[in-house]
Design a protein around this ligand. Structure first.
Ligand code: XMP
Length: 469
């Protein structure tokens, strides 16, 4: 792609639109399942970025239950990161709540608690183990001051292996909640009735466990060894993969890995060609440089490979090395503001998009909820921002100082509620996009998509109509 002056054109999401095409399917019939890496399948093309305000085990579990996958960030010690990954792998394929009463709780307070939740029963936990359930109706005789266990029954506790049975019991309507136990009878969490009615289509590994990825530095071989074979995918987490030190470091461990290996970030076709010639195993490409919503690299360094352009270049690079993008997926990383950008990235050849920004405002994102002037927000920051870098050097004594300049900002994003809601909007938008473009699947989109350059702004919201008071 050349412009009139002979310079190559590095297109961004706002530079192009996707043209409509003849459609044979309705949006609800569109299949958006795809790959996150060579051997891992996801049901929706969404990967949570490894950022310390976004991707920890809670978000990873919820996203995998919804069909996507999260990359657990590395701004913590190796042991902590492993713990987050293991928590996801051990988690049952249902959402767990931290709702229970403890042996020793005073029964009148439990009555009030259960009334406020509107639940007819709650697990009773003693010494970290669920020992039964407390039913609201059984508490009718409670005299204030009594311990709640006096009214408990040894029921509604299921080991994780009996999840199916536990869900059946909930569907049967006798209980609103059941407790799940893990190894040694420890309390894993509470399944609430609503969850039993859901039809989860989770992203899972070959043994049916939730899928999870982990970010690694190419220079932290100990971390790589620790996470290999536990996380399904290891994601090389550097701003510029096309660097001899980085590629040589990855080459040293790549071929022996049990987990899939996604390399990045990549911005040019030459980087793809070099990645495949230097590193023996590449199972996915994370592409886009300096396109992120919190990114200041292009201002600081004057360098960028906008995400849409990077996807197009990665596609070209894969063609050059003779690798099918259906085999080694391209992951479009950075600057995705919503489903529209995602559809453009997919149309350009990506298999999935990676986002921090879209997910940072959700309940499940790793940062706490903050109120400013009566409105709710969540912190969101670049991993090369001052705060994130300070944390990295404080918690991980093995991390290397590669640069002395900040390349990201720290800010707040509006609170967006449960992840499920945000993901549902994203999924509907992506399906609609494929429907308009005339594609029944992402692979078909690659074949039929036609882009046009935007001559002037069209139909898009311009900010002239106020949507908020
Ligand atoms: P979004 O647009 O979802 O992008 O916020 C997430 C991606 O941005 C990259 N990233 C950074 N890039 N400085 C940068 O130049 C940073 O501090 C930074 N932190 C994250 C990263 O690729 C991530 O997936």
């Amino acid at each position: 792609m050349m412009s009139g002056d002979g310079l190559p054109q590095a297109l961004s999401f706002d530079d192009v639109i996707l043209l409509p095409g003849r459609s044979r399917v309705e949006p609800w019939q569109v299949d958006i399942s795809t790959k996150a890496s060579r051997r891992t399948s996801i049901r929706i093309p969404l990967i949570a970025a490894p950022m310390d305000t976004v991707s920890e085990w809670r978000l990873a579990v919820s996203l995998a239950l919804l069909g996507g996958v999260a990359v657990i960030h590395r701004n913590m010690s190796r042991e902590e990161q492993l713990n987050h990954v293991e928590k996801v792998k051990r988690h049952p394929k249902v959402k767990l709540a931290e709702l229970y009463v403890e042996a020793g709780d005073e029964c009148c307070r439990v009555v009030e608690y259960m009334r406020s939740l509107g639940l007819r029963n709650l697990p009773l936990v003693s010494g970290g183990r669920p020992v039964g359930t407390v039913r609201f109706t059984d508490l009718a005789g409670c005299r204030c001051g009594e311990r709640v266990e006096k009214y408990a029954r040894g029921e509604a506790v299921y080991p994780i292996d009996a999840l199916r049975e536990a869900l059946e019991v909930l569907r049967g309507g006798r209980y609103d909640t059941v407790a799940l136990t893990g190894e040694g009878g420890v309390f894993l969490g509470t399944v609430v009735f609503d969850e039993a009615l859901r039809d989860y289509q989770p992203a899972v590994d070959s043994e049916g466990r939730l899928l999870v990825a982990a970010a690694v530095s190419p220079f932290d071989v100990e971390r790589v060894k620790m996470l290999d074979g536990v996380a399904d995918i290891l994601v090389i987490d550097v701003a510029h993969f096309h660097n001899d030190n980085v590629m040589n470091a990855v080459r040293r461990f790549a071929k022996d890995l049990v987990s899939d290996l996604v390399v990045g970030n990549i911005g040019t076709s030459e980087a793809v060609v070099d990645a495949f010639s230097i590193v023996e195993r590449v199972d996915g490409l994370r592409v886009g440089i300096a396109g992120g919503n919190i990114c200041t690299t292009s201002g600081v360094a004057g360098v960028a490979a906008p995400t849409l352009y990077a996807v197009m270049m990665a596609r070209r690079g894969l063609e050059e090395v003779g690798v099918d993008p259906g085999e080694v997926p391209i992951i479009a990383d950075g600057g995705i503001r919503g489903s529209g950008d995602a559809v453009k990235a997919l149309a350009a050849g990506a298999s999935a998009v990676m986002s921090g920004y879209m997910l940072a405002g959700t309940d499940e994102a790793a940062a706490p909820l903050i109120r400013v002037g009566g409105r709710a927000y969540k912190p969101y920051r670049g991993m090369a921002s001052r705060g994130a870098m300070e944390r990295r050097f404080a918690v991980d004594r093995y991390s290397r100082v590669a640069k002395r300049v900040e390349e990201g900002i720290e800010g707040l994003v509006p609170y967006r509620g449960p992840l499920e809601k945000v993901v549902a909007e994203f999924v509907e938008g992506v399906k609609a996009g494929l429907g308009y473009a005339g594609a029944a699947s992402i692979e078909e989109l690659w074949r039929v998509a036609r882009f046009a350059r935007i001559a002037s702004r069209i139909g898009a919201y311009t900010g002239t109509v106020k949507t908020e008071a």
